[in-house]
Design a protein around this ligand. Structure first.
Ligand code: F6R
Length: 242
């Protein structure tokens, strides 16, 4: 695991975007895994700017998002689908048909999740997966659990995640309590992983992810077993590893 400690959020965002752009330039038909949440917003801002400057091209890029709340339609303003359009897709030259965000209103989730895995495989697998991390070590919506989930699946969200995410909703009761997410296995099959983390509230999780035991009770610790992970950690989030 390569850990890059960054001076501030802006530097973290710029370095992560440069890493993604460098990979995108190496391959046509790039398959990019994306995350939502507040952390990658700056990374997306940099990618948008690079696209505007003609440095990177999304024409043949396919994207697959990590997760989505269950029970929110794609056009709900707190859905991850809506977030992705507002923070990235509306501002880059990606084709709509190449965008994949998990659907939070499936009638048969098992079948839907299998289909999502098949679509990723059919695209050639994820060339790069961008991740953030929850303060409890979750990646995607893989919450601390008794085992690492292998494929895309539905999950009940923990109280701590519901509380963390309530800042985006009018009241905590409005936060969905379940979600559909790529599994740890799906994430681990990505050829390359880039994580961005900032804020003092993530410092303990950063330390445990890097130096703690590999355990499903700290989902991000699984990344210790991936051959190509770069974590861009802003200084405050890195304070327990410095
Ligand atoms: C969202 C996702 C989550 C977030 C995590 C951190 O797609 O995958 O694991 O990365 O909840 O969220 P922020 O960045 O808002 O602290």
């Amino acid at each position: 695991m390569r850990v890059v400690i960054c001076e501030n959020y802006a530097e973290m965002s710029r370095l992560a975007a440069e890493e993604i752009a460098a990979e995108m330039k190496k391959k046509k038909n790039f398959v990019l895994g994306l995350a939502t949440g507040s952390t990658p917003v700056g990374t997306y801002g940099n990618l948008i700017e690079m696209n505007k400057q003609g440095e990177i091209d999304f024409t043949d890029v396919k994207t697959f998002n990590l997760d989505e709340y269950c029970g929110l339609y794609p056009n709900h303003d707190q859905s991850f689908n809506y977030f992705m359009y507002m923070n990235l897709f509306n501002y880059i030259n990606i084709k709509n048909e190449n965008v994949h965000v998990p659907f939070g209103f499936a009638t048969d989730y098992d079948a839907w999740c299998k289909g999502y895995e098949a679509a990723i495989a059919e695209a050639g697998g994820l060339d790069l997966q961008l991740l953030g991390m929850g303060s409890n070590g979750h990646i995607g919506f893989n919450e601390p659990a008794e085992e690492f989930a292998e494929i895309t699946h539905t999950v009940e969200l923990t109280e701590s995640t519901i509380k963390d995410n309530s800042r985006f909703f009018a009241k905590i009761e409005d936060v969905p309590t379940s979600a559909v997410t790529m599994g740890i296995g799906t994430i681990m099959r990505a050829k390359k992983i880039v994580m961005v983390v900032n804020g003092a509230n993530k410092a303990k999780a950063v330390k445990e992810m890097i130096n703690g035991p590999v355990t499903p009770s700290m989902p991000a610790s699984a990344l210790q077993n991936h051959p190509d992970v770069t974590v861009f950690v802003e200084k405050e989030a890195a304070k327990e590893i410095m």
